[in-house]
Design a protein around this ligand. Structure first.
Ligand code: GDP
Length: 199
């Protein structure tokens, strides 16, 4: 997919205020610092598209970008559990969970995972929650230029192994580096295919 246009559309504080649209939507989420803004800028070939999402007042919002006038890229706030203890699974931002469960035109969620880290509890809890609610998602392991290829593979294996505890069939997995653009084409191809299938 060639990116012809990528523009900021709007920010919404909750599902009710999300723009009425029947364009396929692809949402990006991950722990803060995982490389979400960098990946969004890399995918769209815009140096500072995702900066919009980090402007005061927008970091806690659902931010919408219109791509090629054909699909929406949605920048979701990082996971923020109110109290991330024991039985708090599923209690992350209510408005984000509401969006993920109830947005009719949501095609797929890209869950970003830092490929330098051991499986993180918060990431596993979030993917378990997506599985529980039947929200379609793929995993994207970020910052692959920072680790050796073998280490990325081990990181993916460790994460998907943990996931197999609560998930029958594993999700698709992508790797990316915003620095080298590794994985960019694969992710855009996946989006193209998903759009074609939604027609
Ligand atoms: P966000 O908080 O998830 O939006 O993360 P950012 O995109 O702001 O990235 C956090 C930090 O990681 C910044 O210093 C980025 O320059 C760096 N970073 C993000 N992606 C990559 C990557 O693919 N490779 C490298 N080497 N650094 C990255």
């Amino acid at each position: 997919m060639q990116i012809q246009s990528a523009t900021f559309e709007t920010s919404a504080p909750d599902l009710e205020h999300c723009p009425g649209s029947d364009l396929p939507e692809f949402a990006f989420i991950g722990r803060s610092n995982v490389g979400k803004s960098s990946l969004i800028n890399c995918l769209t070939n815009k140096k500072d598209l995702a900066v919009v999402s980090s402007k005061p007042g927008r970091t806690r919002m659902i931010n919408f970008f219109l791509i090629n006038r054909k699909w929406s890229l949605v920048d979701l706030p990082g996971y923020g559990y109110a109290k991330a203890s024991g039985h708090q699974r599923g209690k992350f931002n209510e408005f984000v969970s509401d969006y993920l469960i109830n947005r009719p035109n949501l095609s797929c969620v890209f869950v970003l995972i830092d490929s330098r880290l051991e499986p993180q509890r918060l990431d596993l809890e979030f993917t378990a929650w997506l599985v529980e609610y039947g929200v379609p998602f793929v995993l994207v392991f970020t910052k692959t230029d920072k680790v050796k290829p073998g280490a990325v593979t081990r990181c993916i294996e460790a994460f998907t192994h943990e996931m197999s505890e609560f998930c029958d069939g594993l999700p698709r997995v992508y790797q990316c580096s915003a620095k080298t653009s590794n994985g960019r084409k694969d992710i855009l191809n996946f989006i193209s295919e998903a759009i074609a299938m939604s027609k």
